[in-house]
Design a protein around this ligand. Structure first.
Ligand code: CA
Length: 230
């Protein structure tokens, strides 16, 4: 089994290196970023098992990095802060951090929390077979039960609407033409009316989008088709 990968975003290199040393002793692979903007880029571009984010960082702060990670993944996030008034913000709704430690902290306490969150996340992931549940931001698709929820509220879908949404969500960021979608979902060579696709996309958006003129899930790529944005 390969080691778990952890990203540390921390501008005080001595703290980052201390954290890294303790994590490496415990068989974790560690990447350090000392700048908020680069930390954010690495956090989103690469795959990690856990993030340790300092709050006060140059360019982009730890809150913003946490929020951006949460838009696309549920990977555990531990925030590190020296300021007491940050704690309320970290606990506050909307940020999505799993835990926090306050400076100065003992490295062994940090390691214990890292292990606890990795174990919790493993249990969470293994109890939800990845292929059966698609969860992206507030949208949850249960493929087995064929149910769709937006921010916990169930929405009713017709068979084709469900198939189309699930197909797009299961292939995120890939642009599909209407013809391709028609072939994929209606299962016949595009002899039918591809306007059907447009109509179904419109109906799906009315159910899942907060603002249908600014869709956050299914994006129209003019002259090409649609893609599910992640
Ligand atoms: Ca800092």
């Amino acid at each position: 089994m390969s080691n778990k990968r952890i990203l540390i975003v921390e501008d005080e290199l001595s703290i980052a290196e201390l954290e890294r040393d303790y994590l490496e002793i415990n068989d974790f692979d560690v990447v350090i970023e000392t700048n908020g903007r680069e930390g954010l880029e690495t956090a989103l571009k690469e795959t990690f098992d856990l993030y340790i984010l300092d709050v006060m960082l140059p360019d982009v702060d730890g809150f913003e990095i946490c929020r951006s990670i949460r838009e696309v993944k549920n990977t555990p996030v531990i925030m590190v802060t020296a300021r007491k008034d940050d704690i309320d913000k970290i606990r506050g709704l909307g940020l999505g951090a799993d835990d926090y430690v306050t400076k100065p902290f003992s490295p062994s306490e940090l390691i214990a929390r890292v292990k606890a969150h990795l174990a919790r996340y493993d249990r969470l992931v293994s109890s939800q077979p990845e292929n059966d549940i698609i969860e992206i931001r507030g949208l949850k698709i249960d493929k087995t039960a064929r149910r769709v929820f937006i921010n916990g509220e169930e929405k009713q879908f017709t068979t084709k609407e469900f198939d189309l949404l699930t197909f797009l969500a299961a292939n995120p960021n890939h642009v599909y033409s209407k013809e391709e979608l028609f072939r994929e979902i209606w299962n016949m060579d595009s002899i039918g009316d591809i306007a059907t696709v447009t109509v179904h996309i419109k109906k799906i958006r009315e159910k899942i989008e907060f603002n249908t003129s600014k869709p956050q899930y299914i994006e129209t790529i003019w002259g090409v088709g649609y893609r599910f944005k992640v």
